[in-house]
Each structure stands twice: as C-alpha cells, then as structure tokens.
Design a protein around this ligand. Structure first.
Ligand SMILES: [Zn+2]
Ligand SMILES: [Zn+2]
Length: 302
C-alpha cells in the first residue's frame, strides 16, 4: 500500500482577506508529516474549519515575509506552545528569515522559542531529504527574497504481491534480493526480478507563490503532478502585474503548458475577481486546459 499525498487549501486569497478567502496557506499531508506552506493571518482558524488539529504541523515552509504569508505564525506558535507541543518545529524560509522570526518572537511574551529550528534557504536545490520524500526550493523574483517549493514523493522499487501469490511464492527473507532488483531462485525455480517487481514513479507537487514571471519557474515545476501557483492578475492588468511583481493568468497558462504539468490549481486570488472568477480561469484555459481554481478549504488527493 503506497502512501498518498493529500493537500488542503487553507487560504486561497491574496493580501486582503474577504468573506470567502483567507490569506495563503496550504497543508500537505504525507505519511505522518503535516507540512504547512505559508501561514497567513487566521491560518490556525482555517485548520479548525478544515477539521485538522493545527498542533499536528511538523514543518512550516515560508515563501517570503510579506504579511499575507506569515502573519498567522505568531498565533500558531502560541497555540503550539499552549498545547504543549513536544517536538521541535522546523521552519524553513528565504534569506533574512532568522532576523524576521527573531524580531517577531521578541514582540510577544508567550512563545516558547526552544521548540523552533529555523533553516534559512539561501540557494536553490534540496532543502529536505528523507527516505520517502524530498523538498526542493528555487529562488523567485518578488522584490523581497522569495522561494518556490517542490515536494517530491520518491518512487520506490516494490514487490508485486499479486504476482507472488500467482506464482505461490511466500513472503520472507528470500525477497530481499528482489528489492535490490536481483533475480531469485525459490523452491527450485528461477524467477526474474522484472517479472515480480514494479517501480513507483516520483510524484511531485510544486508551489509557486508571489513572483513575477521568470525563467526559473518552468524548469523548476517541469512535469509536476500538481502545480499550485499564484494567479493574482488577469490579462486586463498586465502593467499592474509587472509593477507589483506578480503573474497574470496568461503567464500561468504558459508556464503550465510549457512545463507539461498534469494539473494546475490557481491561488492567491485577488478580491477584484471574486464576482467574475471565470475571467482568470478562462484566460488560463485558453492556454492550458487542465486547470481549476483552488477551492477555499478544499482538499485533494494527489
Ligand atoms: Zn502575497
Ligand atoms: Zn508578496
């Protein structure tokens, strides 16, 4: 049985919250890890609305230190402290994160700082490398240090249990060679490894938050199973997108198409499109079909 990746969109709005959308926050659940990407104001309440305990968070990845992506941190850390969170909480963020986090913690009297281990990510590449998954980062362009992240569930060589029962091969130590891709002899018969094993492919989820379009995005998100990407402006506001260092729907469509991603979810939705959400969705669809708006408090399996 392979573990699934589950994503919950805790907040799909931008810098101004509305009655329908909270500030950015995405929870990725995989094999006991509850990984939070960005923590806008009100994120811990969004956890409650999604019926997930905020104290279950194991790691937090910050894209950048604009308020809409981090103002939920003090409240979440306070809750973790009050509920006796035992494990070290690992927080990852761009250059200057240590300074910002230190200043933030200094502003409050109640947070237990000993629970936090901060990793400042100052170059692109692998940030976390565990047995079953890794997380990579890439530098974005947003006027302040900003990171895109990619979660990769590692593919593994697995034994096909159905084949074992078909050939009446019992489980046991003799299967160790199979896991290494070697042929085996069982009960006097030879079996080829390729007939009894299969390879699980990598599964990747890319999260591209605030940035202007840049040449690093497409190679970074290439062939992602899921791309969650900011789509702050429609094609009617190209100049504004350039001024504010955000992307337009056309650019998001082109990134998705050129990178050959399987599915794209739009987030960081501006309140100006709330009464006409189809505008940005249709603009992306003109370039790339397999796209949806991230649903506030919605959850998907990858
Ligand atoms: Zn933002
Ligand atoms: Zn921003």
């Amino acid at each position: 049985m392979t573990s699934r990746i589950n994503l919950t969109f805790l907040g799909t709005g931008d810098s101004v919250p509305t009655d329908r959308r909270n500030h950015p926050g995405i929870l990725l659940d995989f094999d006991g890890e509850h990984i939070l990407f960005d923590c806008g104001e009100g994120t811990q309440r969004q956890f409650r609305k999604a019926h997930i305990n905020p104290s279950s968070v194991t790691r937090i990845f910050i894209s950048h230190w604009h308020g809409d992506h981090i103002l939920g941190l003090p409240g979440l850390l306070q809750t973790l402290s009050l509920t006796g969170h035992q494990k070290t909480l690992k927080i990852y963020g761009p250059k200057n994160s240590k300074l910002y986090l230190y200043r933030m913690l200094e502003s409050f009297a109640f947070v237990d700082k000993f629970l936090i281990e901060l990793v400042e990510v100052t170059k692109p590449g692998i940030v976390v490398d565990e047995k079953d998954f890794r997380i990579e980062a890439e530098m974005m362009e947003h006027g302040t240090p900003c990171l895109a992240y990619k979660f990769i569930k590692k593919g593994h060589r697995r034994i096909d249990k159905n084949k074992l029962s078909k050939y009446k091969i019992k489980e046991g130590k003799h299967l160790a060679n199979l896991k290494e891709g070697k042929d085996i002899t069982y009960d006097g018969k030879k079996y080829k490894a390729k007939d009894l094993i299969y390879e699980d492919e990598d599964v990747s989820v890319s999260i591209v938050m605030d940035t202007k379009f840049n040449n690093k995005i497409i190679p970074f998100v290439k062939e992602s199973d899921v791309l969650i990407i900011e789509c702050t402006f429609g094609n009617d506001l190209v100049e504004k997108a350039i001024d504010h260092k955000h992307m337009t729907s056309k650019q998001v469509g082109e990134i998705s198409k050129k990178a050959k991603v399987k599915k794209t979810y739009l987030t960081h939705i501006s309140s100006r499109y709330e009464t006409n959400l189809n505008q940005i969705l249709d603009e992306v669809k003109k370039v790339f079909k397999n796209v949806e708006l991230a649903k506030e408090l919605g959850s998907i399996d990858v």
